[in-house]
Write a protein that binds this ligand. Structure first.
Ligand SMILES: [Cu+2]
Length: 285
């Protein structure tokens, strides 16, 4: 058998290709690309063992409801941890005190994937002397890890979260969740309602109703037909309703929070003499 120089060269090239593929596989582990689709990295948080990558659709964090994803890369192996049990605690450090905000549990997006997901509702913006941070505690096997990072929550032009005292003397937080991209139609609407139990715990409120009256203040304060108040399809869930938008522009979504007994805890009906409710969201599209 006779090897030509060209055959030898081709074999060598193939061998190199296989080696280089293997190497890059180890650096960037294969993960279902679908779970990362549409996500932009917010930032990386580093501790001694891991780099935690935080993601959102916009690549930023904002006042109000935030859908946040994360994955945990092992510094030593370069692979993403798939079996972590993750908890998080957002904390606002104010000059006089500290407090948390409404948040979900952190869950795996796909059982075989490496992405974790949850939401956090920042109810107030940061400023030059007061800031938010996020403490991420996670367990892999029996080992506990932690990492903390500062989260930017800039003041916003439109109101998408409201915090108030109800007539039952409970403090509530309500946040606009969907539609993120409103359209001229009857939109599926999602709103979150939480009670401030204390500075650190903000459980979801069950069994209430949120009445929404969308108005266009610049056009005679007209409303829209066929809105449906937001309610839960089960305890512990966000609230679903219908939001009818008949044209593009600025809309004020006037709100009323109603308890299971039908008592309005906060917010007023819109009438000839009352153009706006004391609690509302704002959208413009
Ligand atoms: Cu605060």
């Amino acid at each position: 058998m006779k090897f030509s120089f060209n055959t030898l060269f081709a074999l060598l090239a193939m061998a190199l290709l296989v080696i280089s593929c293997r190497t890059s596989d180890m650096d960037e582990p294969v993960i279902p690309t679908s779970e990362m689709e549409g996500l932009i990295k917010i930032k990386e948080v580093t501790n001694n063992t891991h780099i935690i990558e935080l993601y959102s659709k916009s690549g930023t964090t904002a006042l109000g409801y935030n859908d946040i994803k994360l994955r945990i890369r092992n510094k030593a192996t370069g692979t993403f941890e798939k079996n972590a049990v993750v908890n998080w605690m957002p904390l606002m450090h104010m000059t006089s005190m500290s407090h948390s905000c409404p948040k979900s549990l952190v869950k795996k997006v796909n059982p075989e994937g490496s992405l974790y997901s949850g939401f956090i509702v920042f109810q107030m913006p940061d400023n030059s002397s007061e800031y938010w941070d996020l403490k991420i505690d996670y367990t892999i096997g029996s080992t506990e890890y932690t990492a903390t990072t500062i989260i930017n929550v800039p003041a916003a032009g439109k109101r998408t979260v409201t915090s108030f005292m109800g007539s039952d003397n409970n403090r509530y937080i309500m946040a606009y969740v969907e539609p993120r991209t409103p359209e001229v139609k009857t939109n599926e609407m999602i709103i979150g309602v939480w009670k401030m139990q204390d500075m650190m715990s903000f459980p979801i409120v069950d069994g209430y109703t949120v009445k929404v009256d969308p108005r266009m203040p610049s056009m005679g304060n007209h409303s829209s037909p066929n809105n449906i108040p937001a309610s839960q399809n089960g305890p512990g869930n966000l609230y679903n309703g219908k939001l009818a938008l008949t044209m593009t522009g600025y809309w004020k979504l006037n709100l009323q929070l109603v308890n299971p007994d039908g008592i309005v805890l906060k917010g007023e009906e819109i009438t000839e003499t009352n153009p706006a409710s004391s609690i509302f969201f704002e959208i413009e599209f």
